[in-house]
Write a protein that binds this ligand. Sequence first.
Ligand code: E4P
Length: 220
Amino acid sequence: MKFFLDSAQVDEIEYGLKMWDIDGITTNPRHVQVSGKPFLSVVKEIGALVAGTDKTVSVEVNPHLENHALMVAEGEKLASISENFVIKLPATEAGFKAVELLKKKGVRSNLTLVFSAAQALHAMRMGAFFVSPFIGWKEANGEETFNFIAEITAIRDNFAFQTEIIVAAVRNARQIVDAAVIGADIVTAGAAVYKDAFRHPFTDEGLKKFISFWDQTTYE
Ligand code: E4P
């Protein structure tokens, strides 16, 4: 399973690449705003960090765009900046059409803001490279997400779609493990979520105990 970092902060991404060998990066308008940098500057910086690798950087089109032709034009412009860029499009009628048109032009897309299995299925039919169901937002709304991801994964397998499923808006280790058990391809989460997921209080406690025993023993 691949781990993507959900961030537009260059220092955080450098850390994730170096320490966790993250497989890709996903950005969105919120992450770009948090970076404090202009959109184009920061996505170019992120693209440079993974240039020459097969790690993808998902970059979102202007969310004001409602017309598929405008989305395609923006997507082509962004894709020309870096071979690593995958164009994020919203799961709207125009976004689905833009996926199809961009695919014909050789541009990879990531259907974002996916909240139903039907949206995910249509994204796959239209040729999305990635589809991003947002589980954190659904759970915050009181909706279940295990079956949601299981259905999308079953649909992908039933029809041998090539689309990779990015389980997005992941908030904790349980959700990462659930996505892996179901057989989703990728999770994307923030750096803090990975930091928490890779540690356990018993490991820290156990290490303290072992240090104490070590210190009470001679080496030779
Ligand atoms: C995924 O690609 C999105 O960027 C992300 O997971 C959205 O969720 P968040 O910004 O609420 O974490």
